[in-house]
Design a protein around this ligand. Structure first.
Ligand code: ZN
Ligand code: ZN
Length: 237
């Protein structure tokens, strides 16, 4: 029965490569043809051991930011470089509500080097959206991503403790300094006893300057979190 359903589904929605649209012989994840799969820009060493900033050459070493202005998080890792075809897949997911690619993107995320370097968390928190934006978009892409990346950890995924209390201009339109100013004070921890002494893993889709996840980490640490790690699907390079 299961295979009959799968066969019907393939007739109606023939599997196609998410990046180039080429028809795929089998409905298997990730939905990428071999050519596009080879182009997937996984982030690996050399990179900053703290914030995960990748370098073109050399060995792992702390980046200028981590040396001078330490982030509020202990570790940040991203699976993929935010460049084609990943940038357009994430863009489609975020702005058009296209859910087709999420299982494939999460599959790539969990097979990345960065994912394997994460500690074992007590609590997994998606970076929240302001309720107004959540209503408009219909879903929080960070929460969807968390659920797909940690299918067996649903019990510790918590989308209500860390909240966005003031709406902000979308970060994509701002410079680094403007991003930090824009985001400052816009997150809050609802029940600090839930995060007190806990190891937190914060999930978001894209790490750009890190100001959003850093502000979240700052309020979580202030509320008593023992450690905050960041995992994002992609990172601008
Ligand atoms: Zn392709
Ligand atoms: Zn760094």
């Amino acid at each position: 029965m299961h295979s009959l359903l799968a066969a019907c589904r393939e007739l109606v929605f023939p599997p196609a490569c998410l990046a180039c649209g080429r028809r795929l012989p089998l409905d298997r994840l990730p939905l990428l043809c071999d050519g596009c799969h080879q182009l997937i820009p996984f982030i690996r060493s050399p990179r900053c051991p703290c914030c995960g900033l990748p370098y073109a050459r050399g060995e792992d070493h702390l980046c200028g930011v981590c040396l001078t202005k330490p982030y509020s998080f202990s570790l940040a890792r991203a699976a993929l470089a935010y460049q084609p075809p990943i940038a357009s897949l994430i863009g489609a997911l975020k702005f058009q509500g296209l859910m087709t690619g999420i299982a494939s993107l999460a599959g790539l995320a969990v097979s990345s080097h960065g994912f394997r370097e994460l500690g074992d968390p007590d609590l997994i928190l998606p970076v929240p959206l302001h309720p107004k934006r959540l209503r408009r978009r219909g879903f929080n892409q960070a929460l969807v991503l968390a659920r797909f990346c940690f299918p067996d950890r649903g019990r510790i995924i918590d989308a209500s403790t860390l909240v966005k209390i003031s709406p902000t201009v979308p970060q994509t339109q701002l410079s680094g300094t403007e991003r930090r100013r824009n985001i400052s004070g816009s997150f809050s921890v609802k029940q600090s006893q839930k995060v007190k002494n806990k190891r937190i893993l914060l999930i978001d889709d894209v790490f750009t300057t890190g100001s959003t996840v850093n502000e979240c980490a700052r309020v979580l640490r202030r509320a008593g979190a023992a450690r905050v790690e960041i995992f994002t699907l992609a990172r601008t390079v």
